[in-house]
Write a protein that binds this ligand. Structure first.
Ligand code: DAK
Length: 258
């Protein structure tokens, strides 16, 4: 597939999606969001892909939704067209593990798309923020919700109300990102992490992802119940039989993703 605003490639069992509007710091316009949804769809239906990596450039992961595209919209246009809604949640709906490899700016919608991924690996030059208040609006793709869940009320309020940016190190301390790596090795380390996931059992990885995501939607006892059901279900997979047999016989497992 060739895209106007993205580059895609497969590296082993990893599907790599690179946001590619460098002149606009990967500002997320309608075409990009539509193409991103298509690329995720393609990798999701590819049986040879076990995990996805979403990345940008070294200067910007994405500096937000395209301000120039939305500047002149009126309320009635936004409401009637359900403006920038379609496609925006596709990253969060990806059933396969997807991780964000973030270098440079991850602002506004850029930070929101990164937070829709399962985890974020940040380059040491990454900057995160929700600066919508500085352009007269507020986060619209989960910034007030996912950020508050990730870093807590105090920092979420601070970032959304002041519009300030935080560094990768601050993001790491706050729990927004799982690792910080040198910008020069961001892609390599992120693909390596994704490959580690992708080489194991896909249905089991999907179940783990589903369980953790469920914890954000339900109370603890419901979440534990859901986890228990999927834990039991894992015993219906061939991969569970293979994994435990391989352990017992002191050999490497051969996962069939079934
Ligand atoms: N939109 C459009 N163009 C952008 C852009 C953006 N968000 N960010 C940067 N650019 C463009 C600049 O206009 C410039 O283009 P030219 O002027 O060269 O044509 C080029 O990228 C380089 O940017 P700068 O010249 O500004 O570069 P600097 O290094 O000086 O500054 C910066 C970098 C990232 C600090 C600055 O560009 C900046 O402040 N950018 C805007 C950041 C921002 O405010 N982001 C939040 C946007 S609002 C929703 C979904 C999502 C959203 C809402 C609803 N729904 C599903 C309902 C999201 C909203 C937002 O993200």
């Amino acid at each position: 597939m060739s895209y106007e605003t993205l580059l895609t490639e497969k590296r082993g069992r990893v599907g790599l999606i690179t946001l590619n509007r460098p002149k606009a710091l990967n500002a997320l316009n309608g075409v990009l969001i539509r193409e991103l949804a298509e690329a995720i769809e393609t990798f999701e239906s590819d049986h040879d892909v076990g995990a996805l990596v979403l990345t940008g450039g070294t200067r910007a992961f994405a500096a937000g939704a395209d301000i120039k595209e939305m500047a002149q919209k009126r309320y009635i246009d936004c409401y009637l067209e359900d403006f920038i809604t379609k496609g925006w949640e596709r990253t969060a709906q990806c059933r396969k593990p997807i991780l964000a490899a973030v270098a440079g700016y991850a602002l506004g919608g850029g930070c929101e798309i990164a937070m829709m991924c399962d985890f974020i690996i940040a380059a040491d030059n990454a900057l995160f923020g929700q600066p919508e208040i500085t352009v007269g609006t507020l986060p619209g793709a989960g910034g007030t919700q996912r950020l508050a869940r990730a870093v807590g009320k105090a920092l979420a309020m601070d970032l959304c109300l002041t519009g300030r940016q935080i560094t990768a190190e601050e993001a790491m301390r706050a729990g927004l990102v799982s690792r910080v790596v040198p910008v020069s090795s961001l892609l390599e380390e992120s693909v390596e992490a994704a490959e580690k996931i992708a080489e194991r059992s896909l249905p089991i990885a999907m179940m783990i992802k589903e369980c953790i995501n469920r914890s954000f939607e339900v109370n603890l006892s419901e979440g534990i119940h859901f986890e228990r059901r999927l834990f039991h279900a894992s015993f219906a997979t061939l991969d569970q039989k293979e994994g435990m047999d391989a352990f017992t016989r002191k050999r490497s497992p051969y996962w069939t993703h079934s």
